[in-house]
Design a protein around this ligand. Structure first.
Ligand code: GLA
Length: 378
């Protein structure tokens, strides 16, 4: 078992005085390319990261314990704007989908940084959903579990995100990225062997916190919907480049990002399949420029990292996730990550930015059951 899974199991034992029946975990993610395209019915290319949320769980009772917050909250309760709303939301969504599940207790432990744009919320939802699915023998398809988790986030927690993060957390495979068509919900694994290519992917957390309930995300979503309506299409996914001339001002800029970003995702997949990492890198820089200039979701910190990456010879770099803070990624020759991290520290200090932190990225496995004892509860 992974250390984080052991930690959840230990916390469960200490708290509840018996062995948990199920131990599951689910990862956070980065997105290689395809930002804000998911709720426009478009394409995304995320990868699971090596940081996860683990849950230890058994049937009976009704307490939720978090090692990160060192507190217990009741499972059955109104929303209270805490971490417990994510597992509660999953239980609510399972009920809405027509499944009956009994009471349970659970202990959570996670090392996905919070509010950094690496999808800690999708990780807690996915870990909970997979553990409950196993504990109560629901036998739900991973894709359906992801849709349940998105529903929990949209309708219970109340954050209007797309499907990318939940899909990534539940469906990614080790050593690969995941191409998702967010309209058909078809997903396809795309091998990503950076080591073989002699490359590394550095994740820079700018330490500028972002929350998805921030108005920025909702504003972008609303502008995309207005643009789609003006063009008479259900989703901007269906708009073509030549349609853009029918739009102006904010709607034009937002739609131009979505239309060009969707093409870039498909080109990036082709580049990956051809092991053409220069082309992948070029697309990443182009994606960042589009998010900075047209979608306007970058920050001075994210731009500074991407500029430095380019100066230091990285193949590509871009902000990843919703933007407005959080993380950026750079694709660079293996062995170049430390130097770029050092230079970023220095440049951020010079410019009076928060001290950034860095993660080494390896395309990790999606949600997994780490251990299961006994049969399913009812
Ligand atoms: C957040 C949302 C996703 C997606 C990204 C932007 O991570 O949860 O659904 O919209 O932002 O690509």
């Amino acid at each position: 078992m992974r250390a984080i899974e052991e930690k959840a199991a230990r916390a469960y034992r200490e708290r509840f005085d018996h062995e948990p029946e199920i131990i599951a975990s689910a990862p956070g993610r980065i997105n290689l390319i395809g930002e804000h395209t998911d709720y426009n019915g478009g394409f995304v290319l995320p990868c699971a990261v090596g940081r996860r949320v683990a849950v230890a769980m058994s049937g009976g009772g009704g307490e939720l314990y978090s090692t990160n917050f060192d507190e217990t909250r009741p499972m059955r309760s109104e929303k209270d704007s805490s971490w417990a709303d994510y597992p509660r939301g999953v239980v609510w969504a399972i009920g809405e989908a027509g499944y009956g599940i009994g009471g349970f207790r659970a202990a959570f432990a996670g090392d996905v940084p919070l509010a950094a744009g690496l999808s800690s919320s999708a990780a807690i939802e996915a870990a909970t959903a997979l553990a409950l699915d196993t504990l109560f023998g629901l036998d739900t398809d991973r894709k359906d579990l992801a849709v349940l988790c998105q529903r929990a986030e949209n309708e219970f927690v109340g954050v209007g995100t797309g499907i990318m993060d939940q899909y990534a957390s539940l469906l990614c495979e080790e050593g690969a990225a995941l191409l998702v068509d967010c309209r058909s919900l078809e997903a396809e694994t795309v091998p990503l062997d950076l080591k073989k290519a002699g490359l590394a992917l550095l994740v820079c957390d700018t330490q500028v916190e972002r929350g998805l309930s921030d108005t920025g995300y909702n504003d972008r979503r609303a502008a995309c919907e207005r643009a789609a309506e003006a063009l008479g299409v259900e989703y901007l996914r269906d708009a073509r480049e030549e349609d853009l001339k029918l739009l102006s001002s904010e709607e034009l800029r937002r739609a131009r990002h979505i239309v060009s970003e969707n093409s870039r995702v498909l080109e990036a997949v082709e580049a990956l399949r051809a092991e053409d990492y220069r082309e992948l890198g070029r697309l990443m820089y182009a994606s960042h420029a589009s998010m900075r200039d047209d979608f306007e979701i970058s920050t001075p910190e994210l731009d500074a990292f991407v500029e430095l990456a380019e100066e230091s010879g990285a193949l590509g770099a871009r902000l990843t996730g919703a933007g407005f803070g959080g993380c950026a990624i750079a694709l660079l020759p293996a062995g170049g990550a430390d130097a770029l991290a050092r230079e970023t520290h220095a440049r951020f200090a010079e410019r009076g930015f928060e001290e950034p932190t860095f993660y080494e990225f390896v395309p990790a496995a999606g949600a997994e059951i780490a251990r299961r004892t006994g049969g399913g509860s009812t």
